[in-house]
Design a protein around this ligand. Structure first.
Ligand SMILES: [Zn+2]
Length: 331
């Protein structure tokens, strides 16, 4: 049976990705399928032009001679590049991890938070709540010592949920999104559950083949949108969503098949690089990438060309794609 046919089998152990996850724990090396092994001109959108029929190691410091360069074909591909050896792969991965660690997105987002007008004031200024409603909500929040002001405005102030959502849209200067067109089955494959829950986000749908809508429960996380943008190869538009719709979307995503995901804690950056290199060597992906989302490093590996769907790099099914979410343990 060809691997592409195999992709449509959905019982656990026959999944290519389930096998892949087991292999990540074993010492065995994984052999690319015959149908792909010699296909070095895989015209994936993510590495167009970088691999013709003469793959070259992407590491500048590569010491390999001509013959060694030809020993292995186009796999594994890491961020549009092919590394000819473990040493070269390690150098490529190390550079990417360094880039992700030094990325300024976290700092920018933190700064954004500081300058953001509080939701209560936005709602008040827009006439969506009265001073009395805001006062009682703040009081209830203070007494309870928990909860968000939006929730207390609904609960203690009797404010309609739709007004809170409108206020959030103004506060974050982003659209209010609805469940209309929500594609739960496909969107469940867009990002790992652990990251979805970490930033309280829901991928909603793809519009026009190029824009991925990402809804947030309350706080719009620009860094999360940026990470998903780079991972999906699509433009990500963030928005807020009414609480009830958000909860419904989460339920639908939770009930759908996801990409197999392994969470790993590592001691330090060096161990992280080793885990990424190991995954590349064992799984021999046709494409892979690492992006940081807060304190997590999300690596996605596409194991077959057929793993790609129609939009960006979003998977067509949960097969032949594997996620690795790595966190460096706090000392
Ligand atoms: Zn090399």
């Amino acid at each position: 049976m060809s691997r592409s046919a195999d992709r449509f089998r959905i019982d656990g152990d026959t999944h290519a990705s389930a096998v892949a996850l087991r292999l990540m724990d074993s010492a065995d090396s994984w052999s690319p399928s015959k149908s792909f092994a010699n296909d070095v001109s895989a015209a994936l959108p993510s590495f167009e032009g970088s691999t013709g029929d003469k793959p070259e190691c992407a590491y500048d410091g590569c010491a390999a001679g001509w013959s060694k360069r030809w020993k292995r074909r186009a796999r594994p591909v890491f961020e549009d590049s092919w590394g000819c050896s473990k040493a070269c792969l390690r150098a490529l991965v190390d550079a990417s991890v360094r880039r992700e660690m030094e990325g300024a997105d976290g700092a920018e987002v933190a700064e954004e938070h500081e300058h953001r007008v509080p939701l209560g004031l936005v709602l008040l200024a827009q006439g969506l709540v009265t001073q009395e409603q805001l006062r009682s909500a703040l009081e209830a929040q203070k007494v309870a010592g928990r909860g968000r002001i939006g929730e207390w405005l609904v609960e203690a102030g009797g404010v309609a949920e739709t007004k809170i959502t409108r206020g959030l849209g103004m506060q974050w200067q982003c659209p209010v999104l609805s469940l209309s067109g929500f594609d739960g089955i496909r969107m469940a494959l867009a990002m790992p559950v652990v990251l979805r829950e970490l930033c309280r986000a829901v991928p909603l749908r793809v519009a026009g083949g190029r824009i991925l809508y990402l809804a947030f429960d309350e706080n719009v996380d620009a860094a999360a949108a940026f990470a998903l943008e780079r991972m999906s190869g699509m433009r990500v538009e963030s928005g807020v969503m009414p609480r009830a719709d958000f909860v419904r979307a989460v339920q639908m995503l939770d009930g759908s098949a996801t990409v197999k995901c392994r969470e790993v804690d590592v001691a330090d950056r060096n161990e992280m690089v080793e885990r990424v290199v190991d995954a590349l060597q064992k799984l021999q992906p046709v494409a892979s990438r690492v992006v940081r989302l807060r304190d997590r490093y999300w690596m996605r590996l596409w194991l077959e060309r057929g793993a790609f769907g129609k939009n960006g790099t979003l998977p067509a099914t949960g097969d032949d794609v594997v996620d690795l979410v790595i966190r460096i343990r706090r000392k």
